[in-house]
Design a protein around this ligand. Structure first.
Ligand code: SLL
Length: 159
């Protein structure tokens, strides 16, 4: 696995979450089997910014470690969409583990994402969250490959 000296390749990813209110108990649209104390439905995800090439050239799998009271709290996504959806009542930090394609010879990298369920931000942002019923929190993350393997370098520069 020869490496390309004095080169660094960066790729952007978006790590985000979206949360919506669940219909209240007794409402016909409330999903069956949801615990009574759960008030939100949410999704946490990793995706490429609009217009960027597919992540799977370099990203092999994503694991999301959610709160440990959930069943099977280490959730693994082997292919896109890299996302987990659940219901709950409270926000918490999610460990996001990025596993790279074997040709990269790279160790996994870790990120954290706070699962934001409640409205936040400026009055204007909160008004929008209220109107759409959706609380979204997204962060742009940079993944750096320093002295990438030749195989990874070729795959990324061919995009
Ligand atoms: C804390 N923020 O760090 C709190 C914990 C946990 C939220 C929030 C339901 C989990 C389940 C849920 O929403 N938990 O049903 O297993 O202490």
């Amino acid at each position: 696995n020869k490496r390309v000296k004095n080169r660094r390749i960066c790729r952007n990813i978006i790590i985000g979450s979206e949360a919506w209110a669940l219909p209240p108990i007794g409402h016909p649209d409330r999903p069956k089997g949801v615990p009574e104390d759960h008030t939100k439905r949410w999704t946490v995800y990793v995706r490429q910014p609009d217009g960027d090439p597919a992540l799977t050239t370099w990203l092999n799998k994503v694991q999301f470690k959610i709160f440990n009271t959930y069943e099977n709290p280490l959730r693994t996504c082997e292919s896109p969409p890299f996302e987990v959806s659940e219901t709950g009542w409270g926000g918490f930090n999610i460990d996001v583990r990025l596993h790279f394609q074997p040709l990269s010879g790279e160790k996994a990298q870790y990120r954290q994402h706070f699962l934001q369920l409640e409205k936040y931000g400026s009055d204007e942002q909160q008004a929008k969250q209220e109107a759409t019923g959706c609380v979204r929190a997204e962060f742009l993350e940079v993944v750096q490959f320093n002295e990438p393997t030749e195989a990874l370098y070729e795959a990324l520069t061919a995009e």
